[in-house]
Design a protein around this ligand. Sequence first.
Ligand SMILES: *Cc1c(COP(=O)(O)O)cnc(C)c1O
Length: 376
Amino acid sequence: MVKVPFFDWAGLYNERADDFSRIAHQTLSRGGFILQKDVEEFEANLARYVGSKYAVGVSDGTNAILLGLRASGVKPGDEIIIAGHSFIAAAQSIHFAGAVPVPVELDEDDWLISPEAIEAAITPKTKAIMPVHVNGRVCKMDRILEIAERHGLEVFEDSAQAMGARFDGKGAGTIGRWGTFSFYPSKTLGCFGDAGGFVTNDEEIAERVRAMRNHGANKEKSIPLDVDVWGTNARLDNLHAAILNYKLGYYDEAIARRREIAGRYHEALKGVEGVRLPPAPDADDRYFDIYQNYEFCHPRRDALRKYLSGRDIGTIVQWGGFGIHQLNGLGMARDLPRTDRFFKESLLLPLNHILTDEQVDHVLKALSDFFSGGEA
Ligand SMILES: *Cc1c(COP(=O)(O)O)cnc(C)c1O
């Protein structure tokens, strides 16, 4: 029988194993370990791809956010507004930068941060809004920028799930002051370990992050001398940069495949009673979604999950079913009933570019059997 694991980890390498091992050999045999030409090339390619002036390769998406916050002068006590339906990484980075994450509700139409909820959460201490472009769709950035401007706030984008997504022609991560990406293996541009990117059009912030990721070293010196900024080690490994450079070469195809599968899920689910779906790939010309995930809601989520598992189909409830506002031990507790309801019903179906047509058909058939009562 066809098996559809939620994510095929080995498949990430095996899809082009010969090319990957050739690149690894070429890079390692010339000693290209730390901050060699591959990192520089990847930074240039990343900036070009998403449409930013500057890009800095960093160790992972979490540190990308932390360095961005520290480079932006975020101070202890500053409040940063973020959706409760976000990954803990962004809230952790806000905390480690000394600031306070303030979780708010999502919107019903796109399940991303609600502009009304942002506005209602603004206090004299608010410093910034951090839209998290969850599942590969850009938040309502026109309204978020307008609110930010009216209240004198910064906008920092956690675009870990949205590299290459666009809103009104602008790339995720390039719309606010800065944006960040994750190249964690299961992300749309997945590497073979941890890796991340930072993008901005602000030269000063770019230079500060570039220094901070390498112990504060300034541009001309690889060994940190005359350090004038507190840094750390958050470098992008050169080997990973070489792999990412190669993978960027067929990233458009990978995204097209994701969008095609998302379209098929949409067609199969759109008439089902009680179901709530994300916007379809061609629903709105202003948005280009990259479908990091296909997340949808159904009141019988748990039964469906069990049924799919019986057919060897792996699914996931994003972030284990908890929003950051539910992590009581971290002091961010908030009452967000709309987000809580979402987490009770939401489910991620397998979605990545290495799924075969046979696997997608298998998922569609199982969904159809479940919803037509064939589950009995
Ligand atoms: C994956 C992810 C991150 C963290 O990225 P890492 O590279 O794993 O540190 C941050 N935010 C969101 C929304 C993510 O999905």
